[in-house]
Write a protein that binds this ligand. Structure first.
Ligand SMILES: *[C@@H]1O[C@H](CO)[C@@H](O)[C@H](O)[C@H]1NC(C)=O
Ligand SMILES: *[C@@H]1O[C@H](CO)[C@@H](O)[C@H](O)[C@H]1NC(C)=O
Length: 480
């Protein structure tokens, strides 16, 4: 997924050439509903609610406009339920109220659908200028309070006075569903959390471990061997001048790297690992197999190093004349002083979750990319936000979240907890046991991130469909 890229024609460059940037897949973007197609003509409308900026300081009267969307096509009237799709670190879009598992649940239960936007994302901006100072009201505690305020406001309308409320959320928004049910059980009857990484963790080696496992289980030993060799050859090439030029050519870099800068090599490691990560995070049954088939032929290149570069260019749709801008200063600049979803989310990783996808140390193909260190990821916190956001700060921030929300042991009833085995994020979720007697966990083989939120797809396995249906059956039981 191309999350941000810039056109920077600093050096003599042809009019068509694009210098593209990438960012780590720490931020999940559910703003486009995958390969869901829309035959539906259902009418989705947008509205705004005035929201306190600080829910925890009665003396602070500042407000902002929070965006939400709604779809009333199935609503049965008095006493019928409200479904809220919880927005996370992305722009809300209408498509998610036109198809998908929550849409089906709304249809089955004659529910009213809402989609709420998370503060500081999309158009729900408490401040236009995202200075570090202005970001201090960006945290999950405030975002859950927004949701509580929203529900109270809606329930104050006679039309919804007797409506029960069900939440649905994916990724970080799945955490929000689970944590909301725990913190505000009086406001909702239940929720579905899809792929929630509910444990905050700074040195998240487990992520790339799952990416490796996913390629192994879907693509086989041979595929892993080729990838391992390609990365090894890339690293070995760094040792000579000729090797470096070959590396830059194979990976389609815009300019020679600064091989003395560990963080620039971290960024280069990211170009490689984040691409494999993105393939896995968005995988559907068969998609990794296809990539491995290409690694086995000459589709991506002739030797292993070439294949790595060809794979990245193909997966990320790099144009013929385009190149990767792997300049560390430009990378940091991408997070500085701009009101983007990327800046907002990286701030939340520094101050709440970590989630840094560091090099594993158990023999995966990514172990070799040792520049993917905590120091590399935390340097963005220091440079783009505040020098005091150092490693000790980030570790303490993650500890706070785990203390406040219970880490892997949240106390909830009526909360469905869904994970996919090849989803790298499941490593920070509860996937081997139920959350409680009334809160079952469904961990589905071959499934990836937030698979259950989509509508039915041809590639879905029976296990995937079963998990979606199980969630809907539980929802129906809460609404009896
Ligand atoms: C945001 O605020 C900072 C600090 O006051 C200022 O330097 C910067 O120019 C502002 N940015 C915008 C886009 O207004
Ligand atoms: C969940 O429900 C059970 C049974 O009613 C109850 O004993 C328990 O306290 C509930 N837990 C929470 C966290 O509400």
């Amino acid at each position: 997924m191309i999350l941000f890229y810039t056109i920077l024609c600093l050096i003599p460059c042809t009019w068509a050439m694009e210098r593209r940037m990438i960012e780590p897949p720490i931020r999940v973007d559910l703003s486009s509903p995958g390969d869901v197609q829309f035959f539906s003509t259902s009418d989705v409308k947008t509205s705004w609610i005035t929201m306190p900026i600080d829910h925890f300081d009665p003396q602070n009267k500042d407000t902002y406009q929070m965006r939400f969307m709604f779809n009333d096509e199935f609503f049965g009237g008095d006493g019928y339920p409200i479904f809220i799709l919880v927005g996370g670190e992305w722009d809300i879009v209408e498509g998610w109220l036109r198809a998908g598992n929550m849409y089906e649940a709304a249809r089955e239960n004659k529910g009213y659908q809402f989609y709420t936007e998370h503060r500081y994302y999309g158009e729900s901006l408490p401040y236009q200028n995202f200075t570090t100072q202005n970001l201090r009201f960006l945290n999950v505690d405030q975002a859950l309070a927004d949701l509580a305020y929203f529900i109270s406001e809606m329930k104050s309308h006679p039309r919804f006075a007797n409506s029960k409320v069900v939440l649905y959320g994916g990724s970080y928004a799945a955490n929000m569903v689970i944590w909301f049910k725990q913190k505000y059980p009086h406001l909702v009857v239940g929720g579905v959390g899809s792929s929630g990484p509910i444990l905050a963790k700074v040195d998240f080696t487990g992520y790339l471990e799952v990416v490796h496992q996913a390629f192994l289980s879907e693509g086989g030993e041979q595929c892993i061997a080729t990838i391992r060799q390609g990365i090894a050859d890339t690293i070995a090439a760094m040792n000579t001048e000729a090797g470096r030029r070959e590396l830059e050519r194979n990976l389609r870099l815009c300019a020679p790297l600064d091989y003395n800068n560990e963080y620039e090599l971290g960024f280069l490691s990211g170009l490689i690992s984040w691409t494999f990560s993105t393939s896995v995070q968005q995988a559907r049954p068969g998609s990794l197999r296809t990539i491995c088939d290409n690694f086995a032929t000459e589709a991506y290149g002739t030797n292993p190093m070439e294949k790595i570069g060809g794979y990245i260019a193909t997966i990320r749709n790099l144009g013929e004349d385009d190149c990767w801008n792997i300049n560390y200063e430009n990378y940091i600049e991408g997070y500085r002083n701009r009101n983007t979803n990327s800046r907002a989310w990286y701030y939340q990783t520094c101050t709440e979750y970590g989630y840094y996808q560091t090099a594993p140390r158990i023999g995966t193909v990514f172990d070799q990319l040792r520049w993917l260190s905590v120091a590399f990821y935390v340097d963005v916190c220091k440079q783009a936000y505040d020098p005091s956001f150092d490693e000790a700060f980030v570790y303490a921030a993650a500890d706070r979240v785990n203390r406040v929300y219970g880490g892997l042991e949240p106390k909830v009833n009526n909360t469905v907890n869904i994970h996919g085995i090849i989803d790298p994020w499941h490593a920070l979720g509860v996937y081997e046991e139920d959350l409680s007697e009334t809160s079952p966990t469904y961990t589905v083989p071959r499934a990836s991130h937030c698979f259950d939120m989509q509508r039915w797809l041809r590639t879905d396995t029976i296990r995937m469909t079963n998990a979606q249906q199980a969630a809907r059956r539980l929802i129906a039981s809460w609404l009896k």
